[in-house]
Design a protein around this ligand. Sequence first.
Ligand code: SF4
Length: 167
Amino acid sequence: MDDRMERFIEKAKELGSHEAKFIDPATVKTAPWVIMKCRYGCGRYNTRLCCPPHTPTYTETREIIDCYKTALLVHCKSWDIVTPIIAKLEKEIFLSGYYKVFGFGSGPCKSCRPCNMVKCIKPQEVRPAMEACGIDVYETVRANGFPIDVVKDFDCEQNCYGLLLID
Ligand code: SF4
């Protein structure tokens, strides 16, 4: 990993994340079952341009991940701050010269109510969630030493994640 990348961890914290860590992209787990949680478990399925079925399949995501040498896993304590942080970090990393950088956020887009479902009007701010692209977030973060548990109610501690692929 390029030593200059270390500053992106500090930037992630400045933007409001709890912590961030560089990981091997090979540890990012993709799986065919993940889409079922969106298709049959989420009322926002097919109501946002950044949600399934408009997102890459798990096999496409795997091919994309395998194009990268490193990744930054970003841990946040609230899901709704993840995607804004990832979008800002992606821009900063891109402008530093890592032209291939691409970020994944968490949860559905909340920007417009409703989404126009034709063409995104805020492409700089919107990134698909890890899970929306077939990434098994639980297995990925546990493999990299971060906490995550099933959230049973709104009082439970939240451990939410975003991911940046960097090369
Ligand atoms: S920013 Fe608006 S148009 Fe773009 S995905 Fe989100 S809700 Fe849809």
